[in-house]
Design a protein. Structure first.
Length: 325
């Protein structure tokens, strides 16, 4: 039996908490010196040291050229017949938005991107990936080899192949003649559709590979349970497959759109933007103004506007990627 301390005797101090790595941190007392700002800066520099080579390379080969192009876009720089350039402000951009050929190039670029990337490559790639999951191994091997071969071909070679396919005496019209169907000069009557089909033929392999990897990540138990519940193929695709691969869809759309916006060699080999300017997208219009008409300042302004269009698409897709399923 313990006894209470006698009146007037000092109470025992409470036991001190054990010191160790798990001990609670106490606020610094009034006599504690403030943290050294130089030490914080030194620690930050040491942490940034491993990524500094990448930052330097990006600054030299990406940010530097973009900044120089941004400066050129506000000048009247030309390739020939000019001693020095002068700053002209927004005149190049005003000229672009007042030029019907530029507006036509913007419209054709959007049509080309929508048909060949958002609809063609994306839809066909998902369809091929879905079918290859259910196909036999020989069919998967043959289909994958054909599609990937079209993807790895150089852009110029693919352009010549599709030119031979669509030209007036080409393969497509020969097949139509055998079937007793009307033929036409596709590169003259429907040039933007012909180059869109060519871009779909060449770039579908990337979408197929992305969607094949995404579909393999879907647990089989979910699709089997939906099939037992009576859900058909379209309902499983719409309510199960597409929501579960939504992030892959956003990534694929962003990469395909940015690649399609910059397509130059394929269209140049097939039509050179013609006939007239009926297949002249923004990269071809930019090339014409900068290197054929020697107006480097105006062509660079068009390039910046194309960069802005790509940035807007990227912002939309990045917002899709941030949304959780």
């Amino acid at each position: 039996m313990t006894t209470a301390p006698a009146a007037g005797s000092p109470a025992e101090p409470p036991p001190e908490p054990p010191a160790g790595p798990g001990a609670a941190k106490t606020a610094p007392g009034p006599g504690t010196p403030p943290p050294n700002p130089r030490a914080r800066v030194r620690r930050g520099l040491l942490r940034a040291l491993p990524v500094s080579p990448a930052v330097v390379l990006l600054a030299l080969f990406l940010a530097g050229p973009i900044g120089y192009c941004a400066y050129i876009a506000f000048t009247d720089l030309q390739l020939t017949g000019q001693a020095e350039s002068s700053f002209i402000g927004l005149d190049n951009f005003r000229e672009a938005f007042g030029d019907e050929r530029f507006l036509n190039a913007v419209w054709l670029t959007l049509v080309f991107t929508f048909l060949s990337s958002l609809i063609g490559q994306n839809t066909l790639g998902l369809a091929l990936a879905s079918l290859m999951q259910r196909a036999s191994k020989p069919v998967r091997t043959l289909t994958g080899a054909i599609v990937i071969t079209a993807w790895v071909l150089p852009e110029v070679v693919a352009g010549f192949l599709l030119y031979a396919f669509f030209r007036r005496e080409g393969t497509l019209n020969a097949v139509l003649d055998l079937l007793h169907l009307p033929s036409q000069n596709w590169l003259f009557t429907l040039p933007i559709l012909a180059v869109s089909f060519a871009n779909v033929w060449r770039g579908t392999a990337f979408s197929m590979l992305v969607y094949s990897a995404a579909l393999n990540e879907i647990p089989k138990e979910i699709t089997e349970a939906a099939e037992v519940d009576g859900a058909g193929g379209w309902r499983r695709m719409w309510h199960i497959t597409l929501p579960m691969i939504r992030r892959s869809i956003g990534t694929n759309l962003m990469l395909n759109t940015l690649q399609t916006l910059s397509v130059f060699g394929l269209i140049w080999v097939m039509t050179r933007g013609g006939p007239g300017n009926r297949s002249q997208t923004l990269p071809l219009f930019m090339y014409e103004q900068a290197f054929q008409k020697s107006m480097i300042g105006y062509g660079t302004a068009v390039a910046l506007l194309l960069l802005l269009v790509g940035s807007l698409f990227s912002l939309v897709y990045m917002r899709m990627l941030r949304t959780e399923v």
